[in-house]
Design a protein around this ligand. Structure first.
Ligand SMILES: [Zn+2]
Length: 188
């Protein structure tokens, strides 16, 4: 029983890493509008296709010591980082929700966030294909799911005073900033 549980945790983490491996492909291929399905992954330097046994999340990177098997080109540390990150999120969500619709809906959300974050870091853009389809999926899941509802999008009344406080501080800061910049502009 206990062994099964640890095996399940290991499996979910590995599943997350595999999804992370696919997210890497999305991060690099979506901005230039390339297909995420074809062609298979290849080394950008020697163009050799990456074989299945060299494409195992995390493990292959460690085994190949971060270099291409054929030409020795360094593989970016971001590949294993995105894989580990996604694996970690999968594990955390599984521990919270178990294997449920909530797990899959939150995991899809997190995966979209990972792709958005890294594309944003590289290109300073958030692609419509992720954000707009995310809205559609979000509404659908809110209708189907028991935990993720439209109500979750609003702060609970308990936190409302704090949210208001935060917003007013932000507005105040923005007002000061504006005054300061305006002062500067007039002097110039
Ligand atoms: Zn190579």
């Amino acid at each position: 029983m206990v062994v099964n549980y640890w095996l399940a945790l290991l499996f979910i983490s590995f599943f997350g890493c595999c999804v992370g491996s696919f997210l890497n492909v999305c991060i690099y291929r979506l901005p230039p509008n390339l297909s995420v399905a074809y062609p298979r992954s290849f080394c950008p330097r020697c163009s050799n296709p990456i074989r299945a046994y060299d494409n195992i999340p995390l493990l292959s990177y460690l085994f190949l010591r971060g270099r291409c098997r054929h030409c020795g080109e360094k593989i970016s540390w971001r590949y294993p980082l995105v894989e580990a990150l996604t694996g970690g999120f999968a594990l955390a969500l599984f521990l919270k929700f178990g294997l449920s619709l909530s797990f899959f809906s939150f995991f899809a959300f997190v995966a979209a966030m990972v792709v958005i974050t890294f594309i944003d870091l590289d290109h300073r853009i958030i692609l419509d294909v992720i954000s707009l389809s995310g809205i559609g999926i979000g509404v659908l899941v809110a209708i189907l799911g028991p935990t993720l509802t439209v109500k979750n999008s609003w702060p609970s009344p308990r936190y409302l005073p704090r949210v208001k406080q935060f917003l007013s501080l932000k507005l105040l800061a923005a007002w000061f900033m504006y005054q300061w910049l305006d002062c500067y502009r007039r002097r110039a």
